[in-house]
Design a protein around this ligand. Sequence first.
Ligand SMILES: Nc1ncnc2c1ncn2[C@@H]1O[C@H](COP(=O)(O)OP(=O)(O)O)[C@@H](O)[C@H]1O
Ligand SMILES: [Mg+2]
Length: 225
Amino acid sequence: MIKIDGLFKTYNKGKANQVNALSDFNISVYEGDFVAIMGPSGAGKSTLLHIIGCVEDFDSGDVVIDGKKIDELNDTELSKFRNKTIGTVFQDFALMNDCTVLDNVELPLLFSGVKRKKRMQLCDKALNMVGMSELKRRNVLELSGGQRQRVAIARAIVNSPKIILADEPTGALDSITSKQIMNMLKKINENAVTVIVVTHEREIAEFCKRTIIISDGKTVSNVRA
Ligand SMILES: Nc1ncnc2c1ncn2[C@@H]1O[C@H](COP(=O)(O)OP(=O)(O)O)[C@@H](O)[C@H]1O
Ligand SMILES: [Mg+2]
């Protein structure tokens, strides 16, 4: 599903503040996998997720996602591929504030040109999955952190992506809410979606099938749970 070989990513190349965020990094993620990525701050975890999420380019290496070498796609192909294949969840939810729950979940479907009636059906299905149907007309500013993250998950799954990338999705939540969110990602993974979660917390990683540890832009261990 995702195969990365010899990946290098440098920020500020050739300048005094050059950072080698990923150096000869390798990872294989199979279809239906549920992977936790752990490692110290600055290890390159977010950079990796941005590259897999097709929102950041890289210097060299092979990145194959769902059978596509992503550096061979042009901008239009890449954004189409991203919208169809990948859903993303962030620590800070990254919702459109002062909009309703429905507005937020509908957004990826607007990008992919889905008609209104179908949009409403798909939004209802996604909101049902995260238990937020009843609050769909609510402004997201009136929601708790856990509810906001449920909305962000609904938005991430509404296009039926094959891969969900979650960068510290429970980093801003209390432990009970964190467990609810991880159970939700687990349920999504059980529906044959590949899920990758970056986390600092071992209890969160334990929801996943295995853990990969990154340090200084390299894989240091690959632990099967
Ligand atoms: N846009 C950027 N410009 C310059 N350096 C960056 C940028 N993004 C990340 N870095 C650097 O790359 C390294 C890896 O960062 P990151 O992938 O965010 O780590 P993590 O998510 O594991 O904390 C860090 O040293 C960070 O400072
Ligand atoms: Mg990070």
